[in-house]
Design a protein around this ligand. Sequence first.
Ligand code: GLN
Length: 202
Amino acid sequence: LPVIGVMALQGDVREHIHALEASGAHAVAVRRERELAGLDGIVLPGGESTTIDKLLRAFELFEPLRAAIAGGLPTYGSCAGMILLADRLIDGIEGQRTLGGLDVTVRRNAFGRQVNSFETDLVVDGTPDAPQRPVHAVFIRAPWVEETGDGVQVLARVPSGEAAGRIVAVRQGEVLATSFHPEITGDYRLHRMFVEIVAGHH
Ligand code: GLN
C-alpha cells in the first residue's frame, strides 16, 4: 500500500487518517522531519493556517516540508491546507508564509461573514462517479482560488449563489487542493482520487 502522511499539528488529523485507510493507503501522522522519510504522499488538513504556519516553524517542519513538496511529493491540502499550498496568498495575516507548490493565488476567508460556513453539492472532475454523483462539500471559513497558473486544472466551482463560479478544487500534477473538508462527510472519493494520484506516481 502507498504510505501517506497526515500533517498532525492541528485539525482533522484522525478523520484524514481514517479516510485514507478506507481508500487503500496506509496513513501515518507526521509531526517531525524524520517522519517525512519514506512517505509516498502527504495530506495537509484544515485548521487555522496562521497557527499551522507558526507550528510548522516551532516543529522545524516548515523548510523540510516545503522542500519535499517542491521536490515532487504528492500532496493534498484541504481548506487551510489549500492556503499552505498556495504560491500566492491574499488576506493572510502580516508575516504569514505559505509552503507553496501550487501555482495559484488563494484568498483566505474568502466567503465572508454571511456565509462563513455552508454546505453544497459539487461536481468534482476526476472523482469516481463524477458527474453523476456530486460530492457533498462542507465549507468552514474557507478560502477560494482566485487565480490559476497555466499548469493548474480546475476541478470544481461553486454551482450557485453569491459565490457562483468561484474555484474550490484544483489539481496541478500530483498536488491536489480543495476549499472544503471531505474528511468529515463519510464520502471518501476525494481521498480515493488522491490515493490514485499517489499510486500512479510510483
Ligand atoms: N480560515 C482558516 C484559515 O485561514 C481555514 C479554515 C479551515 O481550514 N477550515 O486557515
